[in-house]
Design a protein around this ligand. Structure first.
Ligand SMILES: Cc1cc2nc3c(=O)[nH]c(=O)nc-3n(C[C@H](O)[C@H](O)[C@H](O)COP(=O)(O)O)c2cc1C
Length: 460
């Protein structure tokens, strides 16, 4: 799906047979010729009632709730590592605020029964237009968290991106979810790069994500203040931070140590990396300061599968990545964790879409609501990535927690789609958005969009 295929507001010309499947059968025809929808067909879209919420998750009604609960659940240094950004936190704020610069302009009286969040990206069908973003060290937050994330993504039929900084070997994660993607940080030398790519290929990875937005280490002073380092340095303070979070200690940390020993960085290179808790070991950053487009071209030559380049903010870089052979690009400021004060990914998205009308575009950063995801999809993204909330969900509730977080976001997206008058993700376009604030007269064409002839013929 590309923007070219998204610019029309015309509802799909659903065949009667298709509409019947979507609506789960027709209701009785009335004297006036109306066909009433079957009971609950429309009201079910994105609907939640107290009795449909899984036990144990009654206080987790939105993705924000997972963050609040995780703050109480996780040891302070770990919560700081996941939640934090760099320096003043401006990149996080910019990314978050950008969604409010756009408001939704709904259209009504177009049939939306059977509205679906399903989509097609990179030649594969997915049940929802979002993916689980790559996140390092997740298995310190939740027990074997990467496996919980992979299992939930598999069940939900959405992409999950294995992190290059994960503590679980990518082979184990691929066994749980063979459609998972693998994100690599490029090793500093060619033999190690070759070996890592060969390892990913042997594990069955088909989609490789190269993150390019970390040429040097970032300034995460909040980590230092909170006592987080990578690797973690054993200390009385760290022990106290763990002991004062007994649920995390008993459900995540002790079972991990008991069954698997101290976790190591498993996916930075072909061979095992350093342990996550160590007194004197330095984590090798990887020497990425020299990384150039020539290196990306070399990766393209070595990697036979799909290639996604993540961490792009400049339209020129987006074009360059595609010219170098990327199959898709990821517009991202790394969750505000690299450079502070960057432009919001959402604000550059339309420019990148304009530069690359036919390339699949992924976008991430601060998406916590279905309405935010829909805004990004309307402005040109084909898929959005969501990070922190799924990390918290795995910490709080293992795979059922992630299942629940996914179902919340998917429900919100489906409901938003129907509420703006659409049924399919590929119908989203900038036409459903306006800039926030007063609208000058004449700025909204009253003859645009759906008219009677656009309506599916079988709705009356
Ligand atoms: C705890 C954590 C670890 C991350 N680790 C990685 C990583 O290993 N590789 C990567 O490309 N991005 C990494 N990211 C960035 C995410 O993939 C994604 O760009 C960002 O988290 C999206 O923003 P959100 O968390 O606000 O949804 C990490 C983010 C977090 C929060």
């Amino acid at each position: 799906m590309t923007q070219a295929s998204k610019t029309t507001q015309t509802p799909p010309a659903a065949s009667p047979a298709k509409a019947r499947v979507d609506e789960g059968g027709r209701g009785p025809a009335t004297a006036a010729g109306w066909t009433a929808p079957p009971a609950a067909a429309d009201g079910r879209i994105g609907r939640r009632t107290p009795d449909t919420i899984p036990r144990g998750f009654r206080n987790l009604l939105s993705l924000h709730d997972f963050e609040r609960a995780a703050r109480r659940h996780l040891p302070r240094p770990l919560y700081a590592y996941v939640s934090g950004g760099v320096e003043e936190g401006r990149s996080i704020r910019n990314a978050t605020d950008a969604y409010d610069d756009h408001v939704l302009l709904p259209r009504f009286c177009t049939p939306v029964a059977g509205a679906s969040a399903a989509t097609r990206v990179l030649d594969e069908d997915w049940q929802a237009p979002f993916a689980i973003a790559p996140m390092g060290i997740a298995a310190m937050m939740g027990y074997r968290a990467d496996l919980a994330l992979a299992g939930a993504a598999r069940e939900a039929g959405i992409p999950m991106v294995i992190s290059g900084s994960s503590l679980i070997p990518l082979e184990e994660i691929m066994q749980v979810y063979p459609r998972a993607w693998f994100q690599a940080y490029v090793p500093p030398d060619e033999p190690r790069l070759r070996a890592l790519l060969e390892r990913a290929r042997a594990a069955g990875v088909q989609t490789l994500v190269i993150t390019i937005d970390s040429p040097v280490g970032s300034n995460r002073e909040n980590n230092i203040r909170a006592g987080f380092s990578s690797p973690l340095r054993p200390s009385l303070r760290l022990a106290w931070d763990g002991i004062t979070r007994p649920r995390w200690l008993l459900q995540t940390f002790l079972p991990t140590l008991w069954r698997h020993g101290i976790p190591h960085f498993e996916n930075l290179y072909a061979e095992r990396g350093v342990p996550i808790i160590a007194r004197h070991v330095q984590r090798e950053f990887g020497g990425r300061a020299h990384f150039s487009w020539d290196h990306l071209a070399h990766i393209r030559r070595l990697w036979p599968g799909r290639l996604v380049v993540k961490g792009i903010l400049h339209p020129g870089d987006a074009r360059r990545a595609v010219a170098t052979g990327a199959d898709a690009i990821g517009v991202s400021n790394h969750g505000g964790r690299q450079l502070d004060g960057t432009v919001a990914p959402l604000h550059v998205l339309p420019h990148i879409r304009e530069a690359l009308p036919d390339t699949p575009i992924l976008l991430d950063g601060a998406i916590r609501r279905g309405t935010q995801a829909v805004k990004a999809l309307a402005l040109g993204a084909d898929l959005v990535l969501v990070g922190r909330p799924f990390n918290y969900a795995a910490a709080l509730g293992r795979q059922p927690g992630v299942d629940w977080a996914i179902s919340i976001l998917k429900g919100e997206i489906t409901r938003t789609l129907a509420q703006v008058g659409l049924r399919r993700i590929d119908e989203l376009s900038p036409d459903i958005l306006l800039p926030r604030g007063p609208i000058p007269p004449g700025a909204i064409p009253s003859d645009g969009g759906q008219d009677a002839s656009d309506q599916p013929a079988d709705h009356l």
